[in-house]
Design a protein around this ligand. Structure first.
Ligand SMILES: Nc1ncnc2c1ncn2[C@@H]1O[C@H](COP(=O)(O)OP(=O)(O)OP(=O)(O)O)[C@@H](O)[C@H]1O
Length: 321
């Protein structure tokens, strides 16, 4: 309303002052910022054009004009070091003001959280109770399950009711949540298919479509051993989108190396230093040597050593500015 010529927002007058400084379950702290995500993916993630599909899925999930009938479930597949964790963090950053540090972001790592097969019943109970308590506290939660292929399928099956098409489970509604599964399941199929499309059929990486991969991954995820293996989540088609992470080539790895230098305030590293880091990268498969076996992983420590040795002055001056 208008008071003495000033526009007064009743909501902000009534708002809990606690939530001004502390993260709360409201639009001030949780809001999907598509442009922010697009900018980060464009500027920092190399060689993964199919990510646009994940952005579109998130956009429609958070469209206030549509009512969701189930939680959004994305499954990221691909070789190691191609950006699955990296992108999940950008998604968290686009959803929460506190980014990955938000109390509404939860990471579960197969080998770390569910290592012991004899404890499956306890894990199931732990997961169910944990998720339920989180959603009760705030419906807009992000659950990231890393190393899904190293998680016992029974454990993942316990969250099936939460990602299914239902209004609520035990009085709790999960439809606003986002689940992201990360795994190397299907990585070989993706690599082989990409090789065929790119090198044999002359298709450009940027022109590839989801349709080129989605069914392949779904089949691979179902057949390969791992957490999704014969699991209820796939059997019941509860994964909304399978996102393939393509294998990285030399041009992408070089960009990753330059990025690592840039992070350390070295904008123009010497070409021989970039080449030096590149020498540590293993290439495959077999003698084709087309793709980086570990993608852009483990480059940062190599770059850090070089920066410390040759650019200490440059990086210090920038840090002091
Ligand atoms: N496509 C990419 N573009 C730019 N940087 C990347 C890309 N992929 C990976 N990186 C860099 O490599 C690091 C490791 O990647 P990330 O942890 O996302 O791999 P991953 O696909 O999750 O691997 P894994 O399957 O082993 O868990 C990232 O933190 C990032 O710095």
């Amino acid at each position: 309303f208008n008071f003495l010529g000033y526009n007064v927002n009743v909501n902000s007058l009534l708002a809990n002052p606690y939530c001004k400084y502390t993260e709360c379950c409201n639009d001030d702290w949780i809001k999907f910022r598509r442009n922010r995500l697009m900018r980060n993916l464009t500027n920092h993630v190399y060689g993964q054009p199919l990510l646009q599909h994940a952005v579109d899925a998130l956009t429609s999930h958070f469209n206030p004009n549509f009512q969701n009938h189930k939680a959004l479930v994305l499954s990221f597949h691909g070789m190691t070091g191609t950006g699955k964790n990296y992108v999940s963090n950008f998604i968290a950053d686009s959803l929460y003001i506190n980014g990955v540090k938000s109390k509404y972001v939860h990471h579960f790592i197969g080998r770390l959280h569910f290592p012991d097969e004899s404890k499956i019943p306890q894990y199931k109970e732990y997961l169910y109770n944990n998720l339920k308590a989180a959603i009760k506290d705030c419906p807009r939660q992000l659950f990231i399950f890393d190393e899904v292929d190293k998680t016992p399928p029974e454990v993942l099956n316990s969250i099936k009711p939460m990602v299914d098409y239902r209004d609520d489970v035990d009085g709790v509604n999960y439809s606003e949540a986002v689940f992201i599964f990360l795994s190397n399941i299907g990585a070989d199929v993706i690599r082989e298919h990409f090789h065929d499309l790119y090198f044999e059929k002359g298709r450009q990486r940027e022109d590839l479509q989801m349709i080129d991969f989605e069914f392949l991954i779904q089949k691979g995820a179902f057949n390969e051993k791992g957490g999704l293996f014969h699991g209820d989540i796939i059997a019941n088609s509860l994964i909304d989108h399978y996102i393939p992470f393509l294998p990285l080539q030399e041009e992408h790895v070089k960009k990753c190396i330059l990025n690592e230098f840039q992070i350390r305030n070295v904008n123009l590293p010497k070409p021989e230093h970039v080449e030096h880091v590149l020498k540590f990268v293993e290439w495959g498969p077999d003698e084709s040597l087309l793709f980086a076996k570990t993608g852009c992983k483990r480059l940062s420590s190599k770059v850090a050593l070089l920066v410390d040795k040759y650019y200490r002055h440059e990086s210090r001056i920038h840090n002091e500015l």
